[in-house]
Ligand binder design. Structure first.
Ligand SMILES: C[S@@+](CC[C@H](N)C(=O)[O-])C[C@H]1O[C@@H](n2cnc3c(N)ncnc32)[C@H](O)[C@@H]1O
Length: 419
């Protein structure tokens, strides 16, 4: 285990089989039995070993057992070379197991366990292969510092990970970029396969949203054969790649200003064998020197992609126009748990479970009014092209519930020149 620490040995009291039941009862009543490990018969009739929790005064415990638990019995202490997990330990959740193992590890190093530490152990995390990414709301209590950096080896060991990283607080500068620190391991590059597409990126430098899966799948099923696309907020290629690999796009212009994301995007295009059908435009997309090329423009930025609307209009083909996929976080006030309906561009509907609260587009007046206002603004931006345009709202799709009363949605807006 990379950077890991040796497992502290499990200590057990050994006695004759006929006294084992009374010892177990005595230890359980005093919460001294180590419930994570099984009571076991030692080979060669050497007795029964009852695993006990770390003890400050083992001699006193042995005396109590032989005098009070089963008078006349004898017992010794041993270290179990191969402790067996108890049935309870085997059925506990990964979060419970992490808490139990950390507690044992910390106590073996003289740290008194407390409700503060218990509450500060993470209950959820993201797995990226052998790297586990912890949230920002754990390991903040001061006592952890006394354990030194070996703590991260113990956490990784308990989680079955080789590398460990942790999110910091979301930056207060408005970009909402979470800062991620590598705690264990020598790099933050990870790889995912999603809908047959391979993505690699550095978790300490780029964001990965598991919540956008519905939109990635929808994009993959769009009829884009032969089309030229502009992806204004390409990131590591979450939408660029499904457009190229599954939707049949002929070419994608991918805009990205984060050098780390652009590097990952380049690697991902190569990993998936589509680098020859994509040009990365590195820099601020508002300064993009491209016009009159796109059959479709993807604007995958939340909370709003509004700053990209002028350039989206600029890149649309002037002869036939095209479709804009505009992402936005929309605030709503009425909520109910319903099933969503996600019809595709050709009008086919499919229903499915929704993560969190989400309603179908037909029942969300806030989405509709945002879509109408976006349509009006785009229509006026299109006039600068010096010709008449007609716009049409095709659909507003839910992507995910972003926060209480806030939904991430995508507006599919058709924009056609009036010839
Ligand atoms: C939310 S990520 C989008 C990634 C992907 N579309 C998704 O939803 O998973 C937005 C990306 O757009 C990039 N970005 C934001 N503003 C930009 C701009 N003005 N020009 C170029 N890239 C920009 C960010 O660096 C980031 O990688």
């Amino acid at each position: 285990m990379e950077g890991g620490d040796e497992e502290p040995a499990v200590v057990a009291v050994v006695t004759e089989p006929r006294f084992a039941q009374r010892y177990r009862q005595y230890l359980e009543e005093r919460q001294l039995l180590d419930a994570r490990h099984r009571v076991q018969q030692l080979p060669g009739g050497a007795g029964v070993a009852l695993p006990v929790r770390a003890q400050a005064a083992p001699e006193r415990l042995l005396r109590e057992l032989s005098e009070r638990a089963a008078p006349g019995s004898t017992c010794t202490l041993t270290r179990l070379a191969r402790p067996l997990p108890s049935r309870r330990a085997r059925v506990c959740s990964p979060a419970q197991r992490l808490r139990a193992e950390l507690r044992r590890w910390a106590e073996a190093r003289g740290l008194a366990w407390s409700p503060e530490l218990e509450a500060d152990v993470p209950r959820a995390w993201q797995r990226h292969g052998d790297l586990t990414l912890l949230g920002d709301d754990c390991f903040q209590a001061e006592p952890w510092r006394r354990l030194g950096p070996e703590l991260w080896g113990a956490v990784a060991s308990a989680l079955g990970a080789r590398r460990l990283a942790k999110r910091g607080r979301v930056s207060p500068d408005g970009t909402r970029t979470p800062s991620v620190t590598l705690l264990l391991g020598d790099h933050g590059w990870v790889e995912h396969t999603d809908n047959g597409i391979r993505y690699t990126f550095d978790v300490t430098r780029c964001m990965f949203s598991f919540g956008n899966i519905t939109e990635k799948l929808r994009v993959a099923s769009l009829p884009c054969a032969g089309e030229v696309l502009v992806d204004l907020y390409a990131g590591i290629g979450y939408f660029t790649l499904p457009f190229l690999v599954h939707a049949g796009a002929a070419f994608v212009h991918a805009c990205e200003w984060n050098p780390h994301a652009a590097l990952a995007l380049r690697k991902n295009l190569e990993l998936n064998g589509v680098a020859d059908r994509c040009q990365i435009h590195f820099g601020d997309n508002r300064e993009l020197e491209l016009s009159n090329v796109a059959d479709r423009v993807n604007l995958g930025l939340i909370p709003s992609s509004q700053e990209g609307w002028p350039v989206a209009c600029q890149v649309l083909r002037k002869d036939v126009g095209g479709i804009l996929h505009i992402h936005q976080n929309v605030e709503s006030f009425m909520r109910k748990n319903l099933q969503k309906t996600v019809p595709d561009e050709r009008g086919n509907g499919s229903t499915g479970d929704v993560q969190g609260e989400m309603l179908s587009s037909a029942t969300r007046p806030e989405w509709q009014s945002w879509a109408e206002s976006a349509e009006a603004q785009i229509a006026s931006l299109l006039q600068v092209h010096g010709q008449q345009w007609r716009t049409r709202i095709l659909r507003v799709h839910p992507v995910k519930s972003y926060a209480p009363h806030v939904d991430h949605v995508v507006l599919d807006l058709e924009c056609r020149p009036v010839l």
